[in-house]
Design a protein around this ligand. Structure first.
Ligand code: ADP
Ligand code: MG
Length: 579
């Protein structure tokens, strides 16, 4: 057997996680059980799925999770009869971290705040076992194989994997995790204590959780009914929160709960949550989907099927379909008509619920918007026209006249001045700089509001969404804005004072001087304190986007701009004397 012994160091990432776990002081170490039970439940889900798709695997026996208390030896065990792991699985799953970017996020989010409750969110929940144990032994047998392997570690110096001795072989597929508890954690062997933890964190787990005490008495601790099948009125706030923690591994509370049963052409149940806080991986392309697909109560997948559109990726929870056949393969699901119908239906539900939230409590919505607005706006670049208009309705904006509190685009319309027929926006890197932008002075003078856009996604959606309720969306930097058409501020007073200058003369002069460095020269109605500015031809790409594309070498050079001049400015009055 020694020949088969694998002795390995953990990867550097795992080592760091373990050092953190072992040397931290916890406010809430009980969460280790939630993580291990959640893994056991995933393993049962996987076996049930495989049994449906792979004739070699059966799930005849009842899938369940067993927690065993052994006071005499100071050992707590968590057992499942799920999918199990072979030797390679043990090395890969319990010795490395699959997600290579995890390290950075761990350092930022856990090390600094010492907030280890977040551990499951980073796909490293298993290591929370070392919060309470100084020796962890995992016995596992993979479905469809005959051999049991043993993984063991103190968390300090790597781990070993060996074939299990005869007496420790498992008689069916599954996993047993034995925790040799630290002296401070021995209280976890008290039956009522552990029962309480399971009830608190894992009551809704869809498989029975059995507790075996030192006398060998077995009790089923959880209710094990799928929570989403209950009527919303029958589910308590605590139950929703517990389920949310299970599915999101986030320590916050849900900001919004959407629990519906849809019947008719399409029959499905959804239990979805919007988190209060921003998940750490919201902008990481390789982040896993947070919404799981079930078919008739059986977990199917949480990967690669576009169950919800990417711009709603902050949602987490489950969707349970009655229409899809149980034995459908994950591959077929990618382009499945029912899935796309569900996606459409869910999207509409979410957007209308968010709209309701705005109507109920704007302040609350502001919190949501500051976390997820940037993601939501991605949807403005995709989808059908009506969908975009609905989305635009729930978007919030800072504007020149409302810099602190956001307003909706409908509010903007209400605030338009007489004669204004377009919606104006400006794009830049921060609200303050934008609000003081020289080209906004003419707008301020006429009390015309301007939407201030600072997110990266703004560059994209404004080039796709050209109008809202028949009002064109127009960049302030565009060349064809004549503010005098909205409100004429004339220069009669200046003329009377003998300060009038010949506009055409000065245009010709500048054109002659700059020649092919600019596209054109025009009189500006936007400037007051500044003499000149550059604007873009109508319909041209916005300046920040152009700059980005040039920097990324996707564009050779910047396009020629149009120069607008402010002939009311002193500098022109003086230069006029020069020629
Ligand atoms: P996550 O659950 O987010 O993937 P964990 O650190 O909790 O991260 O677990 C790592 C991996 O170890 C799991 O993805 C799974 O492949 C494997 N694993 C852990 N516990 C079990 C178990 N009881 N049965 C089968 N596989 C398991
Ligand atoms: Mg886990």
């Amino acid at each position: 057997m020694a020949v088969n012994t694998i002795k390995k160091g953990f990867t550097a990432e795992v080592d760091k996680v373990l050092k953190l776990v072992i040397h931290s002081i916890y406010t809430n170490k009980d969460i280790f059980l939630r993580e291990l039970i959640s893994n056991a439940s995933d393993a049962c889900d996987k076996l049930r799925y495989e049994a449906l798709h792979n004739s070699g695997i059966s799930s005849d026996q009842e899938l369940k999770i067993t927690v065993i208390l052994d006071k005499r030896n100071g050992v707590l065990s968590i057992k499942d009869n799920g999918i199990g792991m072979n030797r390679d699985d043990l090395v890969n799953n319990l010795g490395t971290i699959a997600n290579s970017g995890t390290q950075k996020f761990l350092e930022q989010n856990i090390a600094n705040k010492k907030n280890l409750e977040l551990i499951g969110q980073f796909g490293v929940g298993f290591y929370s076992a070392f919060m309470v144990a100084d020796l962890v032994t995992v016995y596992s047998r993979k479905a469809n194989t005959a051999q049991t392997f043993v993984w063991q570690s103190t968390g300090e110096s790597g781990y070993t994997v060996v074939a299990a001795p005869k007496e420790k072989e498992l008689d069916s597929s599954g996993t047993v995790i034995e925790l040799k508890l630290t002296p401070e954690s021995l209280e976890l062997l008290e039956k009522y204590r552990i029962q309480h933890i399971i009830k608190t964190y894992s009551d809704h787990i869809a498989f029975p959780i059995e507790l075996i005490d030192e006398d060998g008495t077995a009790t089923i601790v959880n209710s094990s009914a799928a929570l989403w099948l209950k009527a919303a009125a029958a589910v308590s706030k605590e139950q929703y929160e517990e389920f949310y923690h299970h599915i999101s591994h986030m320590p916050d509370k849900p900001w919004l709960i959407l629990h519906n049963k849809v019947e008719g052409n399409l029959t499905y149940t959804n239990l979805l949550f919007v988190p209060t806080n921003k998940p750490f991986d919201l902008f990481r392309p390789q982040a896993k989907s947070r919404v799981k697909l079930y078919i008739k109560r059986v977990f199917i997948t949480d990967e690669g099927i576009n169950l919800i559109p990417p711009y709603l990726r902050f949602l987490c929870g489950i969707i349970d379909s009655e229409d899809l056949p149980l034995n459908i393969s994950r591959e077929t699901l990618q382009n499945n008509l029912t899935v796309s119908k569900i996606r459409k239906s869910i999207t509409k539900k979410v957007v209308t619920t968010l709209q309701k939230k705005i109507d109920e409590d704007r302040e609350e919505y502001e919190k949501f918007w500051s976390n997820f607005g940037e993601v939501l706006k991605e949807g403005l670049c995709e989808g059908a026209f009506e969908e975009k208009e609905l989305l635009l309705d729930i978007c919030r904006f800072h504007t020149l006249r409302s810099k602190e509190k956001t307003i909706s685009i409908a509010d903007y319309l209400v605030n338009m001045v007489e004669g204004q027929e377009e919606i104006y926006y400006i794009i830049g890197n921060n609200i303050e700089t934008l609000a003081n932008h020289p080209q906004l002075q003419g707008f301020k003078e006429r009390n015309i509001d301007v939407i201030l856009l600072t997110d990266h996604v703004d560059d994209f959606w404004v080039s796709v969404v050209n109008q809202y309720k028949n009002y064109a969306l127009k960049s302030v930097i565009s060349s064809d804005i004549d503010l005098n058409k909205i409100q004429h501020i004339d220069k009669e007073a200046e003329k009377a004072a003998g300060n009038d200058i010949n506009d055409q003369k000065i245009i010709n002069y500048i054109k002659g001087a700059l020649q092919d460095k600019i596209k054109d020269v025009r009189i500006s109605t936007k400037l007051i304190d500044n003499p000149v500015c550059l604007v873009i031809p109508e319909g041209a790409m916005n300046i920040r986007m152009e700059k980005m594309l040039v920097e990324q070498k996707q564009l050779n050079k910047r396009s020629l701009k149009i120069m607008e001049i402010n002939t009311r400015h002193n500098i022109f009055k003086k230069t006029l004397c020069l020629y």
